[in-house]
Design a protein around this ligand. Sequence first.
Ligand SMILES: *Cc1c(COP(=O)(O)O)cnc(C)c1O
Length: 433
Amino acid sequence: MNFYSTRNKNLKYPFGQAVRQGLAPDGGLFMPEDIPLLPADFYRQLPELSLPQIAEIILHPYTNDDIPDDALHEICRTAFTFPAPLVRLSDNLYALELYHGPTMAFKDFGARLLARTLNYLNRHRQQRNVVLVATSGDTGSAVASGFYGLEHIEVVILYPYGKISDLQERQMTTLGGNIHALAIDGNFDDCQRLVKTAFNDRQLAATYGLTSANSINIARLLPQMIYYFYAWGQLAGHHTQIVFSVPSGNYGNLTAGILAQKMGLPVQHFLAAANANNTVPAYLQSGHFEPRPTIATLSNAMDVGNPSNFERLQSLFDNNLDSFRQHIAGYSFDDEQTLAAITRLYREYNYLADPHGAVGYLALEAWLKENGGTGIFLETAHPTKFADTVEKATGRLPELPAAWQGLEKKDKHFIRCSSDYKDFLDCLTTALS
Ligand SMILES: *Cc1c(COP(=O)(O)O)cnc(C)c1O
């Protein structure tokens, strides 16, 4: 299958090339040319299928020109080695826990599939590939963990200095080896702008074989469909009308949900659950897309004022506001409401949520109150990643998982860099020398 640029439907590349390039040459994002409907039979089997089995089936039509069946099987088997439990809070309220991977956030799904895909695509190459990624926190740790130790790939991570948690910073700066970190004096949008500029810098992109690994890479996006299918399969037979509430920042996760729906998954509605960075909910209300400066919030992985994947959503909805509104309802909540939601979830359901999941819960609560039905909110990060906030809201300090103990004793290695493009190029050269 070919993948087109959101800025020009005639600009098309096969899967492998789209994955390597990350971004289309015209600055657009890649989208699949077809979205095949899955056979009815698949939905009957779904309740019995594991995450790797679902992954193999749904990814196959997109990847099969470049990845043979046995290789795809191996990639999925080694990528999705952790569960995604659907936790029942009440008769019509569920939390889908996507944080049981190695870095305890849902970005492990995309990062691990992308890492193994690139590794496969590079297996005969002499030239090394450099993965360049901007992160507001969780992408970087997921990518660092997903790629660590791969032979033909170097990873350079840009993060906003001082604006991510200590744990997130440690996860990407203590590995060493093929993982390099640049601490940028600026915010996430600055990091993302530097990455985009680098990709548009043809000579640089060619010299380093630049590849993106953040949510703009199509191989990060596609595997995020898996858990929507999985969750639906867990509830199928009990509930027919299911709403998914998606805590959103750059809108990759929600885009994947819409793709799953286009493959036939019977989802009643999606909720775009935003924090104070409400660019998309504001668009749904006014019909005007107006990117804004980023606002720092408790759910910092969602602090994005100009979400990249909006272009993909526009493409999926043919730039039609009505069709956007038929599928997605927008909500935005401030930090005070987020804290109160964490408290409420703990008191009423004995459930410990992180600030991102709490924003998802708030949107779902508002939707269910008005519309009824059954809802699933995505719990995108482990509460321990935001331990201070969770403790403040509940009085209970979430435990640090065993895998992370001792991280505070390891040395951080990063290069501090201004948000100026020329400075960034110097830092990049230093990191890779
Ligand atoms: C990245 C992230 C989000 C936002 O996901 P998008 O695909 O960027 O909308 C939500 N929660 C957590 C914990 C994240 O790391």
